[in-house]
Design a protein around this ligand. Structure first.
Ligand code: UDX
Length: 450
């Protein structure tokens, strides 16, 4: 099947390469010629495991091309819209890229084509856009994408589910999409057909639920700190209940990235517009709890260092919003690094993948290419992204590189990813959010700061 994918950002680039992997003849289209050139050479413009191999296979086989000209989409029978929907200043979703994609598509659409939206959009978008597409004799349906960064290829080729949001009376579009995803369906991927509004809501509801789980456990971390309890054990115990589940209950610095923060804000804004904002007060609090984690980590660092950050050397391990990614959009780690620097600390940071992306956003931070250069002489080491190479660090070896006396080494575990006993045995004072921390020198317990 000939397919076009409009928008070659995270979602679109992966989707185009994955559709080629399924054997379709795919053209990826983007307005940014630099992105197009890079993808056409098989170079992913961002770090995503398995994507380079997928691109190479499609480009070598000749069934994957990239172009900055919408004319190349002519002749495709299925057109995926995968452009970004960034956040506006008021929190609502900016649909200007979706609108522009539709405007451009209208110049090449043929009767019978199926336009398939994948971007995360406010509920009601299909209803607003469909008449223009139908006037061209084509149909518009929505097929939300649930991919996670770092697992994007697998999430696209082996998703938990496929959701088709299709208008009443449109009996053909589901068959067309079934042909596109035939290999996935044969492999047993569950597929649901809904109306377009439900499909639009599935995506934002899923992200809102995940964000709520994270903020729930982070609220529990605050109370654990207040009483000296352990939020990790709490999560393990409540997670045993299959109705609750253990996943997405890791307390720490909270969520960031290009999706969860913006999607919940867009959802709140849309609920307000629709007159049901009163039921979404909890989601505002989910956002607020999440943002407070960052300030809380700064407080813990200050307390661990005896109350003053000015001139203290702080080593930051991890800048990406999560491991397996070079993405620092709304990254809690980069935010904490910036806040500590603003408070007068001497911040030095490293990350296995996200130094260049961080430098673009925060050029004034000091970056180092490896852990040793980052931690030498540090007054405190902060682990803010749980990359395996940081989780597996040997506390004794790291202590020798830091070069402070035993008992003066401070580690702050922003992701509850280190083994406190191991680090204490290695001579470190261990601090975390929601786990029993070592008393600060003045006998001040982190819990008492809350
Ligand atoms: C998310 C959704 O998972 C995905 O389905 C959707 O399509 C896009 O948004 P992604 O942004 O790639 O994917 O990251 P995800 O793995 O969901 O993590 C989001 C954030 O939550 C990260 O900052 C992560 O560190 C944080 N997180 C996750 C926690 O703080 N605790 C957890 O228990 C899990």
């Amino acid at each position: 099947m000939r397919i076009s994918v409009i928008g070659c950002g995270y979602l679109g680039a992966v989707h185009a390469a994955a559709m080629a992997e399924l054997g379709h003849d795919v053209v990826g289209i983007d307005v940014d010629p630099l992105k197009v050139d890079s993808l056409a050479q098989g170079i992913a413009p961002f770090f995503e495991p398995e994507l380079p191999e997928l691109l190479a296979r499609g480009l070598d086989a000749g069934n994957l091309t990239f172009s900055s000209s919408m004319a190349e989409a002519r002749g495709a029978t299925v057109h995926f819209i995968a452009v970004g929907t960034p956040q506006r200043a008021d929190g609502s979703s900016n649909l200007s890229y979706v609108d522009a994609a539709v405007d451009q598509l209208l110049t090449v659409l043929a009767a019978g084509d199926v336009v398939v939206g994948k971007s995360t959009v406010p509920v009601g978008t299909v209803a607003a856009l469909a008449p223009r597409i139908e006037a061209a004799g084509a149909t518009l349906i929505w097929n939300p994408e649930f991919l996670r960064e770092g697992h994007a290829v697998r999430d696209t080729l082996a998703p938990d589910r496929l959701v088709y949001g299709i208008g009443a009376g449109d009996n053909r579009s589901a068959d067309v999409l079934d042909d596109v995803y035939a290999a996935l369906l044969e492999a047993g991927v569950p597929r649901m057909v809904t109306d377009p509004a439900t499909a639009e809501l599935v995506k934002v509801a899923a992200n809102a639920f995940l964000a709520t789980k994270i903020s729930f456990i982070n609220a529990m971390a605050d109370i654990a700190d207040a009483v000296g309890a352990d939020v990790g054990q709490l999560a393990d115990a409540i997670g045993q209940d299959p109705r609750i589940g253990r996943r997405f209950l890791n307390a720490g610095l909270g969520f960031g990235g290009g999706c969860l923060p913006k999607d919940i804000r867009g959802f709140i804004a849309r609920a307000d517009e629709l007159g049901v904002g009163a039921s979404f007060g909890f989601l505002r609090e989910v956002d607020a709890i999440n943002l407070r984690r960052r300030e809380r980590l700064v407080e813990v660092t200050r307390a661990a260092l005896g109350g003053d950050l000015v001139g203290r050397r702080i080593a930051i391990l991890g800048l990406a919003f999560k491991p397996g990614s070079d993405d620092v959009r709304d990254s809690p780690a980069l935010d904490v690094a910036t806040r500590l620097r603003a408070e007068g600390a001497h911040v030095v940071a490293t990350d296995p993948q996200a130094i260049e992306t961080s430098r673009r956003l925060v050029p004034e931070l000091e970056y180092r290419s490896n852990v040793a250069a980052t931690v030498t002489g540090a007054d405190a080491v902060l682990v803010l992204t749980e990359w395996p190479e940081f989780v597996e660090l040997d506390p004794a070896v790291l202590g020798r590189i830091v070069g402070r006396h035993l008992g003066e080494q401070i580690v702050i575990d922003g992701r509850n990813c280190l083994d406190p006993a191991l680090w204490r045995d290695g001579g470190w004072r261990y601090y975390a959010l929601g786990r029993i921390s070592d008393p600060a020198p003045a006998g001040m317990n982190v819990a008492q700061l809350a």
